[in-house]
Structures are given as C-alpha cells and as structure tokens.
Design a protein around this ligand. Sequence first.
Ligand code: C5P
Length: 483
Amino acid sequence: MASLTIRKLDEGVKTYLRLRSAKNHRSVEEEVRVILRELIEGREEPLTPFSAPPAPSTAPTPQRTGAVPEASVTLIIGGGIAAYKSLDLIRRLKERRIEVRCVLTKAAQQFVTPLAVSALSHERVYTDLFDPQSEFDAGHIRLARDCDLIVVAPATADLMAKMANGHADDLASAILLATNRKVLLAPAMNPLMWTNAATRRNVTQLQRDGVVLIGPNSGEMAETGEAGVGRMSEAIEIASAAERLLRPPVPKPLAGKRVLITAGPTHEPIDPVRYIANRSSGKQGFAIAAAAQAAGAEVILVSGPVDLDDPTGVTVKHVESARQMLEQVQAALPADIAIFAAAVADWRVANEGEQKLKKTSAGMPPLQLVENPDILATIAKLTDKRPPLVIGFAAETEHLIDNAKSKLARKGCDWIVANDVSPATGVMGGDRNTVHLISRKNGEKDGEIAVDSWPVMTKEQVAIELVAHVAKSVSGKSVEPAS
Ligand code: C5P
C-alpha cells in the first residue's frame, strides 16, 4: 500500500493532530505516519499533545543522517529555468543544519518535479492551496509560520508582483501573505523584465516592506544570445544569505585587541613535593578569557595550576609559581588590556629544599619567606610597554571597598574588580560572584574614585559584563601588534 487517505476525521482528532504535529515540527501527514509506526511498535504517545516526549525505544526507528537541524526554512520554488538551481540550494541549506520544506508553484513543476524536491528535502512537497491533505488544518498558515525564514528561489517577476500587491490566489502567494517571518527573495528573470518599470516599482515596494533580496547577478540568459542582469544568484550565495538572516553574526567589540589575563592560584614550592597554595579555582579568570575571546580579542591566558579545561581559541601558558607567571606575562607584552585575576601568593619560601624536608627531633624546619614580585604593580608601573588598560582584582574578607580603593592607588592600575571572598560568600571555588568595579571618574589619573556595585551574578556573567565595560572603554585605542 503506497498511501492512505483518511476522510471524515472528527474535530477533536483534527485538533489533536494539528497541535501534536506543530509541537514536533512535522507535517500532519508525517505525524500520522509516526503515530501509526508507534502503534505498530506498541509505544504510542498518550493523547495529550504537549506531554513529555516518549521514553527512547530500543525498537529500530528510521533515522535521518546528520546533525539535528537548528533552523527551518520554507523554500518556495517559482517557475523559471533557474528552478534547477533550487535543487542544489536544498542541499546547501541542509548542510548548514537548516531544515527545508518546499513549496512548488504550478509553473515550477514544469522545471523540477515534486519527487526530486521531496527526495532532496526528505519532506513532502506542497503544491496546492486547496489540498485536502494539508489544508484541513490550514496548511498554508503552518508553512508560513512554522519556519524561521521563507526563501523564494527563483523569485519570478510574476511572484514578486503578486507579493508586492498582496495577492493570495495560490499556495505560494498565500504563504507569502500569511507569514510573519523574514522573507528572502532570489529574483531570476529576463533582463528586460528586471528593468521594466513595473518590476522596478515592485522591487522598491518589497524592499520597503522589509523583504530582503539577493541578486540577481548579471550574465548569460537561457535565451540564446541574451545577457544582462537577471540571473539567479548561485545556490551557495543564497544559502549564505539565508544563514546570515537566520544566524546574524555576533558583534566582536574587541576584534583587533590583544588581551592578557592571569588566573588561578600559584604554587610556591617548599621542597620537591610540598608547596604553599590558596583556594583559587581560576574560574573567574577563565570565564573572562572566554568572554574576551568571544568578543573577538586575541587572548593570552597565563594560568596557575587549575582543574579547568583551556578555553577554546585562547593561548594558554601554564605556570606554577609567581615568578614563572611574571615571566610569561612579560613575554606576552605588548597588550591592549591586561586583567590580573590570579590569586598570586604574596610570599614564597626563600630556602626551598632540594630534597624532601625530613622530620627531625629539633621540630619543624624553619621556613623563611620572601616576598614574591607583584605582577600587577610591575606591569602597571611600566613606562614603555604598559597596556593602556590595566585591571586588578581585590579579593578581600573585610573592608572590601576601602581596601580596594587603596589598592587602586598603590598598584597603579586603572580599575580594580573588588570581591568579598569571606568563606560565607562561597566565592572562592564557587560559581557565583558579587563584585564592585572601582575606577577613576572619566579615567583621569588622579580623578575621583567611582564604585559601581553589580548584583550577584555567575562568574560567566561577571566576565561578560566586565568585557562589555572593557570594550566600551578601549574602543578606538589600540597598541602595535606583538612582533
Ligand atoms: O595585593 P593583593 O594580592 O590583594 O592584590 C590583588 C591583585 O594583585 C590581583 O589583581 C592579583 O592578581 C594581583 N597580584 C599580582 N601579583 C602578586 C600579588 C597580587 O599580580 N604578587
């Protein structure tokens, strides 16, 4: 049995099918197929369309290859010789993880067959406004709205004229009138039709209505000896234009900037097996590195020992001690922005044991401590390679704002991100942070100190917020790239 038509469905069943198919992003026909398959396999869903999806079955179900689609397009294929390129367009869209449901106008069927389109899209093809199979549940409305974008390729002069004037006498024009989605047109027609005053008026009207056009390109026409503007854009160009509309490029406010970040604790050796450390997890510094990278910056992260994966797209230098961290920081200069989020140990052992220290009857061996270099202060006080924006952190357990304000002056940095790390806050090693951004008003060296207190946020949110402040502050100022 090749197909099954069921008539006289009662309203309740129709409503159920309509809701369930919309929920599962399938056509009603496909949904019925799934229901029948599930019945045969003995695992039908309960009769509530918005209930939880059924538990995975071990029974074999037909699988589609490739990743799960992230977006869907209704592709209207108009009647023109360029319709053959739409077959390639279906593939180009699908390889970008875009699901494609196709509508063929009557004229389009003279150039490509519904069978070929259906085979490539893996979906049924829609051709008629008055199709009892899909129209009992207002199929043209679903095709108009159960998608993220409508692409018309080829968009013929006739289809564009209908669209510009609000006609709806066939499935394609009805969808275009009923949609509330963005529409992308890929016009294709004879050069004289394209330059005709009527088409010019229609194009202007469509652009005013917010419709986006790709092409047409210039070149040879199908008609012998004719050339000019009117060739439909190539499938790859249309697919890229569709992708830009579906996934607009993320702004990169730190593009071209080099950001240096320190993170994590340092380990200061006592002997070959023991060290002095602190509870820093490195999460905040790593989150800042990821946020700066996402904002388009070139990021160098100098990290002490942490249990975190290196952020994607970031150059990570792994170090142990404060002195190694300083070395890597100096090697990474110049930078446009330096953010010192590491919890650097203030002290190290002067008389580090070459061998493991032994217990003696004389008691604990004396540990002499010497001060570590202050990486933040060293870099902030450079005269030649000082990054234009130097940011320090102040992790305090008391007098947070006062201590942070004096640190701003003492260390010579531009901003201090102050956070309360007393054990009750759970900030050390935790996922949330409450910070105060301490800076000088108008960025003046001796300007009045301003305190901007942020609400409790995840460390990722703090990172994104900080990067947004950085981007605003440094826009337009850039250092020479590193040699
Ligand atoms: O003095 P305190 O350790 O509280 O200063 C914190 C700030 O100074 C942080 O930005 C930290 O990364 C930085 N720092 C540093 N080198 C040190 C000590 C702190 O870079 N030796």
